[in-house]
Design a protein around this ligand. Structure first.
Ligand code: ZN
Length: 245
């Protein structure tokens, strides 16, 4: 109804000389263009193309996930689908939304990193492990220090522009070079970058940024404008909301 409010026309050549050409089930009709000799349907050329979900199911998923903040597990329970198709659909949706969002940041930007445990070893609390009805496999000896890709604990850089967008960048290591690359690609030079006191960030001043930091290990979390608290709050749906509006 939205796409063809002025009558059905070909999505490839724009011609109005089209006829019906069967349907795919789930209420999705296929059309044939007499001008260019190709077929198309209502999903051709947009984000929902080549998906088994119907548009009705897509819109329901978007509403439940973005507007009503349901988790993937919650959606699985509500819609009575298994988790995987929901995960794939949500992933596709988030990648599309991310592609719409400009990554250029400037002004005041906070940067921090978190470490995510990959895999299920040693995770008593994982519902997937609980469902298997056995104890989790052990992760071996506990290692000290920061996580790393090779140790099943990859780092994710969090960049938050104050009053603007946010970005999450998974990274294989947390070397100074990587941190500079991650920030250099997204934040324009001359911006103020707030970080914690971590040696990977020490080169930022030389790279043309106005670098300020707080020293968490010395108990300092806020010094005037300088803090990374926006990075440490729960990830929000703010950006996706903005795009939906
Ligand atoms: Zn055509």
């Amino acid at each position: 109804m939205v796409r063809w409010r002025n009558g059905i026309c070909c999505l490839r050549c724009g011609s109005g000389r089209v006829r019906g050409h069967g349907n795919y089930g789930q209420g999705l009709k296929r059309y044939f263009c007499k001008a260019c000799g190709r077929t198309f349907n209502g999903k051709t050329g947009n984000s929902f193309h080549y998906s088994r979900l119907s548009l009705r199911e897509w819109f329901m998923l978007i509403l439940l996930f973005l507007a009503l903040h349901n988790s993937i597990l919650g959606l699985s329970w509500l819609l009575e689908w298994s988790c995987m198709p929901i995960f794939k659909a949500v992933k596709r949706l988030m990648l599309r939304l991310r592609a719409l969002q400009p990554v250029g940041m400037d002004g005041s930007v906070e940067s921090d990193e978190i470490y995510v445990t990959a895999g299920l070893k040693g995770r008593n609390n994982s519902h997937r492990i609980k469902r298997l009805g056995r104890k989790p496999r052990r992760r071996g000896l506990k290692r000290r220090g920061r996580g790393a890709w090779g140790r099943d604990k990859p780092a994710v850089f969090i960049l938050v522009e104050r009053g603007g967008g946010e970005d999450y960048v998974p990274s294989s290591d947390v070397e100074a070079e990587t941190a500079l690359k991650v920030i250099g690609r997204r934040v324009s030079e001359g911006s103020t970058v707030y970080t914690d006191f971590f040696k990977a960030y020490l080169g930022l001043g030389e790279a043309g940024y106005n670098h300020e930091w707080v020293n968490h290990s010395a108990g300092e979390y806020v010094r005037g404008e300088c803090h990374v608290n926006s990075c440490e709050k729960q990830p929000s749906h703010k950006t996706s909301h903005k795009i939906l509006k």
